[in-house]
Design a protein around this ligand. Sequence first.
Ligand code: SF4
Ligand code: SF4
Length: 429
Amino acid sequence: MINVNNNLLGVLPSDDILSQCIHCGMCLSVCPTYELTKLERSSPRGRIKMIKSIARGEMPISEVFADEMSFCLDCQACETACPAGVKYGSMVEAARVEVDNSEYGSFLKKKLKRYVLKHILASKRNLKIISRLLYYYQNSFLPNFVKKLCELKILPQRIIELESLSPKVSKKFSDSTIPEIIEPQKERTYNTAFHYGCLMNVMFADINKDTVELLSKTGCRVVTPGDQQCCGSLHAHNGDFETAKKLAKENLKTFGRHNYDYLISNSAGCGAFMKEYYYLFEDEPELKEAAQSFSESVKDLSEFYSNIFPYEFKASNETVTYHDACHLIHSQKIYSQPRKIFNSISGIKFKEMDESTWCCGSAGIYNIVRYEDSMKILERKMKNIEKSEAEKVITSNPGCIAQIEYGCRKNNLNITVEHLATFLNRSLK
Ligand code: SF4
Ligand code: SF4
């Protein structure tokens, strides 16, 4: 098992855990928010100190504290850098629950966030209805009309920005196009299961299609249960552990009905969280074992094709670079695997970009709730992408794809952004 966000279901950690920070400052230079402000309070060390004071009752929750907890990307780069093994991610997630329960932070934003998490993202039916309406909107005259109103300053400019950030809704959703069982197209190698996610289901159905096609073409049988649910990661990262556990329980039940060797995830955030289901049910004997074997079966696509099933992909004659999604590199500790795949494909030119592990600013819903900060972080990523001189950026997380595509449009860069599944599937055509 990797990454230990254990026992901290929205509850501030014990003093012992909070005291693991030895104030060495090794995490400061990798923290995107500290790099923006150079303020101690915007650093992991400063935030841990504040969380500790709140937990000890030495300091009340304040507007500054609430703002710092929301300013943090929860990218977990500080965890990777920390020599003392401090699990910062679970600390900030628990602190956000405290803020949500306090009078601080925008009341409207908090209400809206809770509503979206509980009643839209956690409900496949509601999410599909909203997505279908958004699809009709996106494909009508309305976006241009709204843009005009924004240009005339009748509507706030922010609407255009948010609209450009929002990925296009897929014409057909994965749950209606991916059959429950896909047989391998060549001699069977592995029995796999596939989790198509919530937003991936409605906004990145093409990537999901590429993933199951890729698995099947390389000899895997793919089971994609139609009654699967959102993994619950966005809920947990935003303090709604009750819904996160409910969704996790349903997924354990659903996937538990099928036989498979590995559960393949093509979304860094979902994969990271599903690998932690075990910790959600550590204290529930009837689910503990099922959760452990479920978590152990979860593999990111790059992990699968590197550690478990190295496959000979063909050359595609392109110059590519790779952006490490935070939940792959910092949560799942997956770094060498995608590179091993690229380096095994003769013909492509793989160019490492500077700071490939630096967050792109997408961070779940961060780019929506903290647009300005997110754009400053994206700017740094786009400079590094441009400097790499690659014609294609490959990554493994839907949020990063949407954010970097937005960055390319904003900076007029003629660079394609592709998911690893799409890239590998195309190489087999
Ligand atoms: S999670 Fe990321 S943004 Fe937050 S303190 Fe750690 S490095 Fe900084
Ligand atoms: S690297 Fe770890 S121990 Fe050092 S200041 Fe950061 S969180 Fe604390």
